[in-house]
Design a binder for this molecule. Structure first.
Ligand SMILES: Nc1ncnc2c1ncn2[C@@H]1O[C@H](COP(=O)(O)OP(=O)(O)OP(=O)(O)O)[C@@H](O)[C@H]1O
Length: 263
């Protein structure tokens, strides 16, 4: 039987003196497209960092592709939040070359070029690769960041807010591109977002983090009034209308839907 793409068993994560997850247990099946949702500061980035072995567990065990997060690192593509792409004078191709060398030493130049062209083609970014990163639009930077995450043929892709600051048309493009890559390359995808709506119809499952608690399951099972109220520990109302999901919390902005009511 195939090992889960990632699993947490009784995991507690603590950063800055605060529990981000407490005794969390869940697992994702290989090949799933999982949307990672939760309010600001809930710990989505921290969880992604823990899956690549950058945040230690206080209790419990994390397994990634059947191994420890550190051992699995070479099989995982990680796209951090866009603001991490901060060397504006570097060309897209040089950025990828640097990322490749950071990950794998000893490849020949020809192999480098082949691998960089391969990932640029996967995200249709050959034309933007020669340009300095500082001149690229937000959408173009996102494609470059996605290309970086695909270096080395990962089996699991961890994407931290790839939809941040994109207009609605680009949002649809990035979701479709990620889904197509998942299908073509047989990847498992964990896709962090603030709104489930662009991912409805694409995400096989939702991993929702709030209040140091997490729940992983089908969208229709997790994004419900009962489930989110239990996670948040306060009443949250989920309304479905015209194919969209609206998550409304009493006084706190709620992640997961495109609307937050304040009462
Ligand atoms: N290295 C650190 N030291 C101290 N506190 C940290 C550290 N990393 C994260 N935190 C805190 O942990 C909490 C979770 O942060 P994290 O970035 O994981 O949340 P998030 O769900 O990704 O948030 P957002 O949606 O705003 O990006 C925040 O309160 C953050 O300030």
């Amino acid at each position: 039987m195939t090992a889960p793409a990632f699993s947490l068993a009784g995991v507690t994560l603590r950063v800055g003196g605060r529990d981000i997850l407490r005794n969390a247990t869940f697992e994702s099946r290989t090949g799933q497209f999982v949307a990672l949702l939760g309010p600001n500061g809930a710990g989505k980035t921290t969880l992604l960092r823990a899956l690549v072995g950058l945040v230690p567990t206080r209790t419990g065990q994390i397994r990634v592709l059947g191994a420890s997060p550190r051992a699995a690192r070479g099989r995982v593509g990680y796209m951090p939040q866009a603001r991490a792409l901060t060397v504006p004078s570097l060309s897209g191709a040089d950025y990828l070359r640097a990322a490749l060398h950071g990950a794998r030493w000893g490849l020949t130049l020809r192999r480098d070029t082949h691998e960089i062209d391969r990932v640029l083609d996967l995200v249709s970014a050959r034309d933007i690769a020669p340009r300095p990163i500082g001149t690229l639009s937000g959408g173009e930077r996102q494609r470059l960041a996605l290309a970086q995450a695909l270096l080395g043929r990962p089996e699991l892709l961890l994407l931290d807010e790839p939809l941040a600051s994109l207009d609605p048309a680009r949002v649809g493009d990035v979701v479709a591109l990620t889904r197509d890559l998942r299908d073509a390359l047989g990847l498992t995808v964990l896709f962090c977002a603030h709104d489930i709506n662009p991912l409805i119809g694409t995400a096989d499952a939702v991993l929702y983090v709030a209040n140091a608690t997490a729940r992983l399951g089908p969208v229709e099972a997790v994004i419900t009034t009962e489930s989110l109220s239990a996670l948040y520990g306060v009443p949250v109302e989920v309304v479905r209308a015209r194919g969209h999901v609206f998550v409304m919390a009493g006084t706190v902005p709620a992640a997961g839907g495109e609307c937050c009511a304040h009462g």
